[in-house]
Design a protein around this ligand. Structure first.
Ligand code: SAH
Length: 214
């Protein structure tokens, strides 16, 4: 696949659109401009990749809407060199955005088929994010603690193992709720028994499911 001037032009327009919807973080906007989103969709219609919409990526999953990716990335307050765990690799797009923002990215996916497909793609694109096949509810204890954790599927509860795998002063961003819509939530771990919870409005994600899938 190629990344042409036309794609770059479409991407600049997308960045303007996301900016007009309220995203201000320069690191986030630069990352959106850098990552060729059309590489992550099977569709041959590149325009679709640069509309501010979610899109099916196979295995019944979706690549999140660019605005949602930007919103979560902004809330995560990523700084260069931070160790970030993403739960729900999906297409890998969000992982690449975090990497462009300077994070050292670890990402877990429960769907084996999707995991294999995305691992190949990120490798071809020269991204260094470390991808794992597993159940995100359990996190990655062998690689903990993390500065930041981002969940990109709707979590019915705050997963306790993930809070345990956060550094003191670290943050967890997740769409929280068991219903059709979830509340975008940021948990700041001031210390082991002092968690601050902040809320940022309603979003709609595919559910975070238990256990691995083929
Ligand atoms: N971040 C993705 C979008 C994710 S959609 C992107 O940028 O494309 C949500 C993803 O979470 C799906 O791929 C789904 O299979 C995965 N998922 C759901 N429950 C999970 C769990 N318990 N552990 C890991 N991944 C999970």
């Amino acid at each position: 696949m190629k990344d042409t001037y036309r794609h770059k032009g479409l991407r600049r327009k997308l960045v303007e659109e996301v900016k007009s919807k309220g995203i201000r973080d320069d690191g986030v906007l630069a990352a959106l401009e850098a990552v060729p989103r059309h590489f992550f969709l099977d569709s041959s219609f590149v325009e679709i990749a640069y509309q501010d919409k979610p899109f099916p990526i196979g295995s019944g999953q979706t690549i999140s809407q660019p605005y949602t990716v930007a919103f979560q990335s902004e809330l995560l307050l990523v700084e260069k060199g931070l160790k970030v765990l993403e739960v729900g690799t999906g297409s890998g797009y969000q992982a690449c955005i975090l990497e462009e923002m300077g994070a050292r990215v670890y990402s877990i996916e429960r769907h084996h088929t999707l995991f294999i497909k995305t691992k190949k793609l990120l490798n071809e694109m020269n991204y260094k994010a470390k991808l794992f096949y597993g159940d995100g509810y359990k996190g990655l204890p062998a690689f903990a603690p993390f500065d930041r954790i981002l969940i990109t599927a709707a979590a019915p509860v705050v997963p306790a193992d993930l809070v345990n795998q956060l550094k003191i002063g670290g943050m967890l961003v997740l769409p929280l709720g068991a219903g059709d819509t979830q509340v975008m939530t940021r948990i700041i771990k001031h210390n082991d028994d002092n968690l601050e919870k902040q809320e940022f409005g309603y979003f709609r994600f595919v559910p975070m499911l238990k256990k691995k899938a083929p």
